[in-house]
Design a protein around this ligand. Structure first.
Ligand code: NAI
Length: 460
């Protein structure tokens, strides 16, 4: 059988010890891969001044798959996090975490097996934040059709490959009608292409409540970035905490798997590190590569070792990293001649058509204005009429001003009877500037349907 190459980044602290455990277990299981070692983290910084040298990225691009030990992020010195650098450089758009009950790890629940797929690039994590006034900060939540489709399609492909039966879309589309509404709409469009897999959706707050009450009901969750960040840690807590949580970051052409925990400098080199999380990450990696048989063999061996009471100190046992690894190896039934299951067809799938703006018409402008107390805004400017003003999302004009706490940041909605142009919008801003209005930024409002949705989305 041809051996595939996998890039191995041992990382810092306990990284080399736990990676060594994976290397030994893979050898014992007869996994048909060869490792290509590359640097990342402190050692790379010392040698090259760069936490992720270009050769490391080249190696991952060549092999398409990497296993990464934890890396220490120096607090001073301005070094960027290795993880963030790798994620951005390789455009790893999906984060996959498995939350599965394990013997020897006592928790309230015993039958949990949830795969959590989180969008990894967009949402509020695009990091587009601005102070609007000295008292008001704003963050943009970006959800795109293409970004959503990539991660949702990947989720259904994983479901297909691993034989998972149900995919649940997590959202808050009842409030974020446009952004999460788009996420949910794309989910429904993609789900229609996988009729053999049950698909449903749940609002994120209800999802959290259900997870702590009856986690065993969920199979595969797919979430936008922010909810995914929170819910994946919640799921890790349900099955025993971050110390045993595995993860993978998936891109179009590369994937990087690693444990969720850090480099544990306090126990590095002492033989106390628990390699369970990185071993489960490596099992996820084997599944990703199609080596389902090897993944199962290693998981069974690890489960048997834990069930027989061999566990590291952090789990209440006395075994060293080496003793625990030996116990896993002793339980391995080597897999011979297991050809990889071909990877999913995601790359060949026809992408959903993107929406065109051909028929969109601009019908107004939201102008955001800095003012202490309710401003007196001109009612009519050119083709525009002032429709409403709101403060922190609550309508404060027209009609009786509600008795609410107001900040110095007002949204003033100007709409026109007929479609307007950008020249009209500029003329509106010029006139407001002439009248000494302290405007901050603007948003164009597109066509009637969009404007109606936009208005509803603000709870008005
Ligand atoms: P940490 O996860 O390294 O350690 C927290 C506690 O958990 C420590 O007491 C440690 O001994 C214990 N621990 C962690 N993993 C363990 C394992 N496999 N077996 C036994 N005990 C384990 O978190 P901390 O101390 O906040 O971070 C240390 C360094 O790791 C920092 O430089 C941080 O930036 C980095 N880090 C790297 C990550 C990555 O590369 N994926 C993720 C999180 C942190």
């Amino acid at each position: 059988m041809n051996k595939r190459t996998v890039t191995l980044l041992e990382g810092d602290g306990i990284g080399p010890e736990i990676c060594d455990s994976v290397v030994r277990v893979f050898e014992a299981a007869g996994v048909p891969i060869q490792w290509e070692r590359a640097f990342a983290g402190l050692a790379a910084i010392e040698a090259t001044g760069n936490g992720v040298p270009p050769e490391t990225l080249e190696s991952i691009k060549r092999s398409g798959v990497a296993l990464k030990g934890p890396t220490t992020t120096p607090i001073a010195g301005g070094h960027k996090s290795v993880n963030v650098t790798i994620r951005k450089a390789l455009e790893l758009y999906a984060n996959v975490r498995l939350a599965k009950s394990m013997p020897a790890i006592e928790t309230r629940f015993s039958n949990v097996n949830i795969l959590i797929v989180r969008e990894n690039i967009e949402d509020t994590y695009a990091g587009i934040e601005h102070f609007q006034t000295a008292n008001v900060a704003q963050c943009l939540k970006l959800i795109t059709r293409q970004g959503s489709e990539a991660v949702i399609r990947y989720t259904f492909e994983v479901a297909r490959k691993l034989g998972r039966k149900r995919v649940t879309c997590v959202h808050k589309a009842n409030i974020h009608k446009i952004t999460d509404g788009l996420w949910l709409q794309v989910f429904r469009e993609v789900a229609a292409e996988y009729p053999e897999i049950t698909s449903d959706d749940i609002i994120v707050d209800n999802c959290c409540m259900q997870l702590v009450a009856r986690p065993e009901q969920f199979d595969l969750l797919v979430l936008p970035n922010l909810y995914g960040d929170v819910v994946s840690d919640l799921c890790a807590g349900i099955v025993g905490g971050l110390g045993v949580a595995p993860g993978g970051n998936i891109g179009k052409t590369c994937a990087v798997f690693e444990a969720v925990h850090g480099s544990a400098p306090d126990i590095a080199g002492k033989g106390l590190a628990n390699p369970t999380a990185i071993l489960i990450s490596s099992i996820q990696m084997l599944q990703h590569m199609g080596y389902i048989g090897h993944a199962e063999a290693i998981e069974r061996a690890m489960t048997s070792a834990l069930a027989s009471g061999v566990k590291t100190r952090d789990l209440g046992g006395t075994a060293t990293t080496t003793e625990y690894t030996d116990a896993i190896i002793a339980n391995i039934v080597p897999v011979t001649n297991a050809e990889p299951v071909p990877s999913g067809a995601a790359a060949d799938a026809k992408p959903l058509s993107t929406s065109s703006m051909k028929n969109w018409e601009c019908v107004g402008v939201d102008v955001f204005v800095q003012h202490d107390g309710l401003p007196t805004m001109p009612n009519n400017i050119g083709p525009f009429t002032l429709r409403l003003m709101s403060n922190r999302g609550t309508k404060v004009w027209p009609g009786t001003t509600p008795d609410i706490f107001m900040v110095d940041h007002f949204r003033c909605r100007y709409v026109a009877e007929a479609p307007i142009t950008r020249h009209d919008a500029l003329a509106l801003l010029t006139e407001l500037t002439t009248q000494n209005v302290q405007w901050l930024h603007t948003e164009l409002l597109w066509n009637d349907a969009q404007e109606a949705k936009y208005t509803k989305a603000q709870g008005e």
